[in-house]
Design a protein around this ligand. Structure first.
Ligand SMILES: Nc1ncnc2c1ncn2[C@@H]1O[C@H](COP(=O)(O)OP(=O)(O)OP(=O)(O)O)[C@@H](O)[C@H]1O
Length: 570
């Protein structure tokens, strides 16, 4: 495979997002009446599907989106759709279930393994069923391109978790260019100093995530998701595109079989799909957490379906915690208009009190052009608690006591401490809370989630960052860092401030800052909605240190301790 992306194929993609499945995707919705009266009881233990979930499971469209708030049963419904396809379809079908991360793959596999229906159906070996992350799926295509390739990504890598390898090599490349070549360019094509470093890395990966890998498509694209500063003129875009090509040539020459960036996976998979015969493709693809799949990944899944195949996407735009994109499903010719997009409205995970608090966070979802759908929760519970502590050690001893009590009174409950150290392993290790917890409990990270099987007196707590708890659920969530440095995360605010230097009054600055707040509130929303029974938001310092997002909560919706609610608004 050449370093440059094949112009012919990618121009066709960018021009019309043409799909061989055009006819099939427009096919009329058909209800399968044969099992319409079934309730599918007993397929999974302790699950009685709602009529709305049943309706979605029975729906037969070739392209479908299952939308719904956190905890509304999207994953469950998707798994049931897989089970139902296994039951009703004639033998020999190829079925693929895509989960967002390795822990979620394992979680889906566990749920299937525990399902009496799956046990029955898989023992018949009627179909070929795979459960994979997107990267696991795509790495097989890359192996064909280069059998000597040594390293593979198997997990989804998003904007906040760039691979170090990719960052280092893009930075080295752009820094060399800026110091040696930039000045030699004609004035208009020269890049600004602000185009170096992280800007270039993000631009390259964004281009690949959205399929802007030919000059024409890149020069004409709408740079949604890239912020307004630093500006990039059309002439400068030409420079960036040349660098984009040179970066790949340079990378391939220097890194050989260790050359792929995570965003290349979808691109190469798409090129491979364009050479595939229909019968090599899948009859069914079910993809969860679609809001965080990149456009090229969704396009690859769409094209990886047989012409008569089905692609079912499940997701919640409110939980999108990675970058926005100019490429929509419509651009990709994935027709999910009308009843092909279904909303699950009842929350089966969190209590009314948790959802009320999380639901009052005010953020927009620019991709969600549909009217807001109201959701309801079934269970009542305690109000969330917001609590301040003088110092970390006070917070740690309170937390230890709470967890001690829970381990004694409700030994089978799952407990998570959700932090914002993100990928900073050193910060985790050095944190007072983490070291105090380690003295008394088994502290596990999110990757170990699927391996957690309750044993009496197990004393397990999960200590995980707000990104890696995505898609997981716990009975109790203790959210650390509910302060102004972490919600919004100061790293994200700093990035915007650095881009604008002293000019923090411009409209563009306000727009980019607004985007940061929007994304950070989604991170908080995801973390809060992991809790089934109760959530506590904790911070240290006085009330001035609290996260500004506290003001979006209705004061009667939470208990508080250590500060006065009136001081929040003074
Ligand atoms: N009909 C039901 N009966 C009992 N439990 C249910 C039902 N539907 C969903 N649940 C449970 O509710 C919880 C949330 O379901 P699920 O994980 O499928 O939601 P989700 O919409 O995918 O959530 P998220 O967007 O946060 O990942 C799970 O524990 C699931 O088993």
């Amino acid at each position: 495979m050449k370093a440059t992306f094949s112009t012919e194929f990618w121009s066709a993609v960018a021009a019309g997002w043409a799909s061989p499945d055009e006819g099939a995707a427009r096919r009329k919705r058909k209800m399968d009446y044969t099992v319409q009266m079934e309730t599918l009881d007993g397929w999974m233990e302790n699950i009685q599907l709602s009529s709305q979930q049943l309706d979605v499971i029975r729906q037969q469209d070739n392209r479908m989106v299952i939308n719904g708030s956190a905890g509304s049963g999207k994953t469950l419904t998707l798994l049931y759709k897989l089970l139902r396809a296994m039951e009703v379809d004639e033998a020999g079908k190829k079925m693929l279930y895509i989960a967002f991360s390795l822990p979620l793959v394992q979680d889906a596999k566990n749920k299937l393994a525990e399902s009496p229906k799956y046990k029955e159906l898989s023992s018949q070996s009627k179909h070929e069923v795979q459960v994979l992350t997107f990267h696991e799926l795509a790495s097989s295509a890359l192996r064909e391109i280069d059998p000597d390739i040594t390293k593979f990504y198997t997990n989804q890598i998003g904007i906040h978790k760039r691979s170090e390898r990719t960052i280092q090599r893009t930075l080295a490349f752009i820094n060399k260019f800026m110091s040696q070549e930039n000045e030699k360019l004609p004035q208009g094509q020269r890049l600004y100093q602000t185009h170096r470093s992280v800007f270039f890395t993000d631009e390259v990966l964004w281009m690949k995530a959205n399929g802007f890998v030919t000059e024409e498509s890149y020069l004409n694209c709408d740079r949604i998701g890239r912020g307004s500063v630093p500006r990039l003129t059309k002439e400068q875009r030409k420079t960036i595109f040349k660098l984009f090509q040179e970066y790949h040539r340079d990378r391939d020459a220097r890194f050989g079989n260790d050359r792929f960036d995570a965003e290349d996976y979808a691109i190469y998979l798409l090129e491979k799909i364009s050479e595939m015969e229909d019968d090599e493709k899948y009859d069914y693809i079910f993809a969860d957490e679609m809001q965080d799949l990149q456009p090229m990944q969704i396009l690859a899944l769409h094209l990886l379906c047989k012409s008569t195949g089905k692609l079912i996407l499940a997701g919640d735009p409110k939980q999108r915690i990675y970058k926005r994109s100019p490429v929509t499903l419509r651009h990709m010719d994935i027709d999910v208009e009308g009843r092909r997009t279904r909303y699950l409205k009842v929350n089966h995970r969190s209590t009314k009190q948790i959802m009320r608090l999380a639901g009052s966070l005010d953020f927009q979802d620019t991709d969600n052009d549909r009217e807001e759908v109201r959701h309801m929760s079934l269970r009542e519970g305690d109000k969330p608690l917001i609590r301040s502590f003088k110092q970390d050690k006070d917070l740690a001893s309170w937390l230890v006591k709470q967890i001690e009590d829970l381990c004694r009174d409700e030994p089978s409950s799952r407990i998570a401490i959700v932090h914002r150290f993100d990928d900073d392993a050193m910060a985790v290790k050095e944190s007072v809370v983490h070291s105090e917890l380690q003295k008394l409990f088994y502290v596990r990270n999110a990757n170990e989630y699927h391996r957690f099987v309750y044993k009496k007196n197990d004393r397990t707590v999960f200590f995980a960052d707000a990104f890696s708890v995505k898609g997981l659920e716990f009975d109790y969530v203790f959210l650390l860092h509910f302060d102004k440095h972490h919600y919004p995360h100061k790293r994200e605010v700093q990035k915007v401030n650095e881009r604008f230097h002293d000019d923090r009054t411009s409209e563009e600055y306000m727009k980019d800052l607004h985007t940061v707040h929007n994304d950070e509130k989604k991170v908080l929303y995801v973390a809060l909605t992991r809790a089934r029974r109760k959530v506590a938001l904790l911070f240290t310092g006085d009330v001035k240190n609290i996260s500004p997002y506290v003001r979006e909560f209705v004061t009667r919706d939470y208990e508080h301790y250590g500060f006065n609610k009136r001081d929040l608004f003074s």
